[in-house]
Design a protein around this ligand. Structure first.
Ligand SMILES: *Cc1c(COP(=O)(O)O)cnc(C)c1O
Ligand code: SF4
Length: 322
């Protein structure tokens, strides 16, 4: 776990304010993201997501080291089992770039060790022993940073477990470094009898650069079904026009909007947060504009491992005459 004891007072001692952030959390982008951020000021939606800010050194009273309670639901290293029919398998805890609002920032970062072969075997045994597990969700870190060969081996091992029917990959690699999402990697996801699904984490319509669209095309051509996950973030996408453009872009590129996550209370991310009431008002306005095809479910992953709940908004009066 990351210590929260460091104070912001020492920042006057360094000329580079981001050095202190980098001492606490991994700071890394990719040449592709650098190009997208070129010329962007501090309020740019991509700069906000990927350039470190001194605000990350502030620990707010409601920050949590383990914001969604993964620890409470982790039966073995690399597994989080919160719902009977599906399990998260985290083979790797590194990403190609690091989102400044990352909900797993206390455990994800440069130098984090991947699951060892023994730990992977134990995780597979756990899944094999539980016939209720219908779906395995690869998450991380970014599971697409596994080599195509290792990914293919892992998927094949999962496909050998008769009761597992569905594979889902949670990734941001198509956004961080689209050229790394090769046909070979896409085919590794779709190489077995498992129904291949991929949830791409995308937060702004500008992230759909031509290279990203091409990467999504390679996944679709390999037979992978695509959904999106987005995080509602102050200063990135917290207005109706921006969200509308994002979800219309998802549909245009063959990605069904799945979840819009209320921001998690990860340490040093309070500058990205908005209230649930603000989120509900945005989503109500959005739903009034958007086709159902373009509408994600607005959800909160509750602290303490309690799991996700939809936040609405709900129609207060189902019948007009009542
Ligand atoms: C979010 C999550 C899932 C996936 O939930 P869905 O509602 O099926 O997308 C599964 N397991 C864990 C531990 C999760 O945090
Ligand atoms: S891609 Fe996901 S796990 Fe990686 S830094 Fe971003 S939010 Fe965290």
């Amino acid at each position: 776990m990351i210590s929260t004891a460091r104070s912001v007072t020492s920042r006057a001692m360094t000329d580079d304010p981001t050095a202190e952030v980098a001492a606490r959390y991994t700071v890394q982008t990719t040449p592709f993201l650098e190009r997208l951020m070129e010329g962007g000021g501090p309020d740019d939606a991509l700069v906000r997501q990927f350039r470190p800010s001194l605000a990350e050194l502030v620990t707010a009273p409601d920050d949590l080291a383990d914001p969604i309670g993964d620890d409470a639901r982790s039966p073995l290293p690399g597994l989080v089992h919160r719902y009977p029919d599906r399990v998260l398998l985290l083979p790797i805890k590194v990403c190609a770039a690091y989102c400044r609002f990352c909900f797993r920032r206390a455990v994800v970062g440069r130098g984090a060790q991947p699951l060892s072969p023994d730990e992977t075997a134990a995780a597979l045994d756990y899944i094999r022993a539980r016939p209720a597990i219908w779906e395995v969700i690869l998450s991380g870190g970014d599971p697409l940073l596994l080599s195509p060969r290792r990914l293919r081996e892992l998927v094949a091992a999962l496909a050998d477990i008769p009761h597992v029917e569905t594979l889902r990959v949670h990734t941001r690699l198509p956004i961080h470094d689209p050229d790394r999402v090769t046909t070979e990697l896409a085919e590794a996801i779709a190489s077995t009898r498992l129904a291949p699904w991929l949830a791409v984490h995308v937060n702004h319509a500008r992230e759909f650069a031509p290279e990203v669209v091409a990467a999504l095309g390679r996944l679709r051509r390999a037979g992978v079904s695509l959904v999106s996950q987005s995080v509602l973030l102050r200063g990135v996408n917290d207005d109706v026009d921006t969200l509308e453009a994002l979800f219309r872009a998802c549909v245009r590129h063959g990605v069904k909007p799945y979840y819009l996550h209320h921001p998690d209370r990860a340490e040093g991310t309070s500058h990205f947060r908005l209230s649930i009431d603000e989120g509900r008002a945005l989503v109500a306005a959005l739903n009034a504009r958007l086709s159902g095809l373009a509408r994600p479910t607005y959800v909160l992953d509750r602290p303490g491992g309690l799991g996700k709940v939809p936040l609405g908004p709900y129609a207060a009066q189902p019948y007009a005459d009542q």
